[in-house]
Design a protein around this ligand. Structure first.
Ligand code: DX5
Ligand code: ZN
Length: 214
């Protein structure tokens, strides 16, 4: 399983320390949660922090935008050196155009769906995507409880990807730990985001290894 630790749960008083841990870990990517206080009921951090993180982090960046009108920020996200740009289905009436803009900017395109959004809403876009991010909590906060219905959605998405000839990989975000991570792996998830499970662990490197081995 690919693991993308979420910086949201890191110690913002000493990011250098946590980024050094990430660099030495088995993490595949670093997940960055950007919130606007409009689409989600919380505000996290913005471009100056991403640019700082990019300078210190040796892992590719997986940027998860929980903001309205993400199309306005494609070039700014690209300029941070991000590898994947994830936008939410729920805020993009012209999703196909946004996906093409992300790809034209040289990034991999990810589309994220909330727990209440059905997988089949992605039927006409999934072949254009590099990644689908399934939210297994309502976005906005770290440390929430995994919503079990996500497991069925992973299986449905896997089938949709096969039917449409898509090469998109399946990533899941929210409430992931060793138990839910194993269940997700069994359904066919290929990458998990983990915030609290990694950064609140006594041994974060071991927590990442545990998930990577699933
Ligand atoms: C939630 C964010 C997640 C969050 C995950 O809105 O998208 O990436 O940081 O945190 P945990 O793993 O603690 O649920
Ligand atoms: Zn996220």
């Amino acid at each position: 399983m690919k693991v993308a630790p979420s910086l949201l749960s890191a110690n913002f008083g000493n990011l250098e320390h946590d980024l050094d841990m990430i660099n030495r870990s088995e993490a595949a990517m670093l997940h960055l949660d950007i919130m606007d206080g409009v689409f989600v009921p919380n505000i996290s951090f913005g471009f100056p922090v991403i640019e700082y993180v990019q300078r210190l982090c040796k892992k590719p960046l997986d940027v998860h935008l929980m903001i309205v009108e993400p199309q306005k920020f494609v070039s700014q996200v690209r300029d941070t050196g991000a590898t994947i740009m994830n936008v939410h289905y729920e805020v993009c009436p012209h999703l196909h155009r946004v996906v093409q803009q992300i790809k034209s900017a040289g990034m991999q395109a990810g589309v994220t769906i909330n727990p209440a959004t059905p997988v089949h809403m992605l039927r006409d876009i999934v072949a254009d995507l590099d990644l689908v991010l399934l939210m297994s909590v309502n976005p906005g906060f770290g440390g929430q409880k995994f919503i079990p219905g996500t497991l069925r959605k992973v299986a449905e998405l896997k089938q949709l990807i096969a039917e449409t000839g898509s090469h998109a990989i399946i990533e899941v975000d929210g409430g992931v730990n060793d138990v839910t991570g194993r269940q997700l792996a069994e359904q066919g998830a290929e990458m998990v985001v983990a915030g609290n499970y990694v950064f609140k662990a006594a041994d974060p490197l071991q927590a990442i290894s545990t998930l990577a081995a699933l």
